[in-house]
Design a protein around this ligand. Sequence first.
Ligand code: CAO
Length: 537
Amino acid sequence: MAKKAKSKSKSRTPVAKSASKAKSKAAAKRAASKRAAPKSSAKSKSKSKSAASKSAASKSRVKLVERVAGGLAGAAALAGIAAVASKSRAAKRGNGKVQALKAPSKKPFGQDGKALDGVRILDFTHVQSGPTCTQLLAWFGADVIKVERPGVGDITRTQLVDVKGADSLYFTMLNHNKRSITIDSKHPQGKRVLNELIKTCDVLVENFAPGALDRMGLTWDHIHKLNPRMIVASVKGFGPGKYEDCKVYENVAQCTGGAASTTGFRDGLPLVTGAQIGDSGTGLHLALGIVAALYQRNRTGRGQKVLAAMQDGVLNLCRVKLRDQQRLAAGPLTEYSQYGEGIPFGDATPRAGNDSGGGQPGRILKCKGWEEDPNAYIYFITQAPVWGAICDVIGEPDWKTDPEFATPKARLSKLNQIFDRIEQWTMTKTKFEAMDILNEYDIPCGPILSMKEIAEDESLRKTGTLVEVDHPVRGTYLTVGNPIKLSDSISEVTRSPLLGEHTDEILTKVLGMDKKTVAEIKASGALSAPEKTDKAA
Ligand code: CAO
């Protein structure tokens, strides 16, 4: 049998470590001095520049384009999409000539800024979908200013609380690397601050219920008048249509986007998945839309609206099920177990249990210890090119030449028999033993890992996908770092902000307000929760 000659060499992605205190202080200082730079927008600068400084500005735009392109490619890689913006493309200008590419950075690896350095986000998001998006942008280096309601903040700060008095893990795990300012967006002085922020930010991201942003007076026209370069990015439950005014949460999106009707077993209820494809999935889509809009703005100088509807995002992730819906017209879905079981198909894509989504039949099979351990299982794929190795491993060498089993087509009607036999073998091994043996023969498989096992996984910690973060109120906690690795824009994970922690810093350093103005706005009550009367308290 075709046992592998040498073990697989695994390429390591860059290590992103939780920043040490000293390191993060220095980074904060650097970032603060950058942010303090006078009303930094390239737009206002370039107007008054001489020819020499124009060329410097254009160089820095090329740099930004390159960085944005890098960020886009990272996101695209995760979504399984081909890279859409390469550096060589970014260097191509309107005259059709290709400019010489910049020489590689002389700075140490990973220390030449971040992909989205210089991009400032006005983050009006809450709960999960929007915060996922802005957290990703922050990890790529954007300056994310989270606007929260005074005294209350993002509702998730106080949801599913595990440490009394501390922001919940729900909040901390979705809002890393951001700054927080409290503003009552309906107060006239609050609107004044928001208008100033709109002028200085590149992107406004929001996921309010439909119409809420307009009710605050922040219509597209208003925003665009203040800052024609601003990109306004929204998550909504549905796109335009009969449901466009509806509020939507994760599971509603899973149900309306096609995930629930195709998840679970044929004879059971529709199921929602643990993966937050409606919220985090849509946040990821929105982030890609924002980076694309930033890229286009480099050419047009104009902002645009970006909409990621949760139903659309879920459907995009379920596209193979829409594929199967159309295949039904041509006959039964032969890779679904129900085909081998002789159960007729209806007129819609059925739930397929744990059958493989693609043309390579797979199942979840019991491993040693399954009686006690709910996760003692392995996913096993009978990939056609390694069928011979599978037969040898499970002790059925005759199946390699037996016409009843030798071809993928012949096997389709016997999947239950085949997987029962494979399971007899997997039940003699733990899921990790089975994984080790099967990997030797390049047989695609994966142990069912519990969250406990994942939390303890050394490789995920080494790559920075799992990170321990310090928090002044709750202490150290474990979180998921940036899952997208850029070789020259390494993500450090810094803790989520306390409510309104950066209010003063943003008013003075970002907006350049003097003490008197800050005092005036504060005294108006636009930035603080109303005093509780004795009775109310
Ligand atoms: N100052 C003053 N008012 C503020 C404010 C601030 N800083 N921040 C928010 N508000 C106000 C809004 O203006 C809105 O007021 P009005 O309804 O009077 O205009 C109000 O707070 C509530 O906002 P909301 O309707 O967005 O929040 P909700 O809790 O009722 O609904 C949600 C939550 C998620 C269902 C809804 O926001 C939504 O459908 N969003 C789009 C889809 C989405 O992202 N869903 C994912 C949620 S995660 O599972």
